[in-house]
Design a protein around this ligand. Structure first.
Ligand SMILES: [Zn+2]
Length: 271
């Protein structure tokens, strides 16, 4: 037997189009073995894709908030009937829903891709971003360090993100005041997205964070150990390393052992 419809459904579930498969058919017994082999391959690929994109779920008084890591610093949040993206820039967006809200942290290409914002937006989409981003992405509502804005059931607070010293190559990749980290509050649950930053005094002074997403990678941000030191200071209940390409997240987890902070390691770079 060969069920092309099962292939197509499975392929869609993996976020790809079925068009390549629609031309395929397995009309004879001769093709059955090859057909089954291809089906098995598809299911393995889909399984991997589902694992990579598996949403994290958080219960709130207003229902479940689902957060899907997309890649690097890019993620999607679904809560109530709303869809919110943070830094839509990297990974695949095929099959993902249009945005009600988009938060952008900074101007670099791993955080801001104007063409992708255009693809995800609809006329009612609210895009919150710092001024430097608003100069490159049309239709943003500017939010600056320290400001708070409310979008429907979400409260968004802009937190400074910056390098405190030049990198080893002498560059300051993130000047203070240009970009925003964000605290997103939904039904009383507070999610922190660091953006690209070192462990600044402002980060260390955060309080009552339920779930934190914290960057690490040199030369742009900080080491896993420095990230752990900052996280230890503001003590979220749960922390996810994100934006960690090339970094050893196990060193981050090890540095937080015994603190009572739950470290959740996920693969943000699965193919
Ligand atoms: Zn970055």
């Amino acid at each position: 037997m060969c069920d092309i419809y099962a292939w197509k459904a499975a392929w869609r579930a993996g976020g790809e189009t079925a068009s390549d498969w629609q031309a395929e058919a397995c009309p004879t017994l001769r093709g059955t073995i090859a057909c089954m082999k291809r089906l098995a391959t598809v299911l393995v690929v889909v399984g991997a894709a589902l694992f990579a994109a598996a949403p994290e779920e958080f219960s709130t008084a207003a229902g479940t908030l689902r957060l899907t890591p997309i890649q690097h610093a890019s993620l999607m949040i679904q809560a109530g009937d709303k869809v919110l993206y943070v830094d839509p820039a990297q990974g695949s967006y095929d099959g993902l829903p249009q945005a009600d809200t988009i938060l952008i942290t900074d101007i670099h290409g791993d955080h801001m891709v104007p063409a992708l914002v255009d693809k995800l937006r609809k006329p009612s989409t609210v895009i919150l971003a710092p001024k430097a981003v608003a100069e490159k992405v049309k239709g943003c509502t500017v939010i600056s360090n320290g400001e708070t804005k409310t979008v429907g059931a979400f409260k968004v607070e802009a937190i400074p993100m910056y390098n405190m010293k030049p990198a080893a190559d002498g560059q300051i990749y993130h000047e203070k005041g240009r970009g925003n980290g964000y605290i997103l509050t939904y039904s009383g649950k507070r999610f922190y997205f660091s953006g690209d930053t070192e462990g600044t005094p402002e980060m260390k002074a955060l309080r009552n964070i339920d779930v934190a997403f914290v960057c690490m990678n040199l030369p742009y941000t900080m080491t896993p150990e420095a990230a752990a030191e900052a996280v230890r200071a503001f003590h979220p209940a749960i922390v996810y390393p994100y934006h960690y390409r090339g970094s050893d997240t196990t060193a981050f987890a090890k540095a937080l052992q015994g603190t009572g902070i739950e470290v959740r390691l996920r693969d943000w770079y699965a193919k």
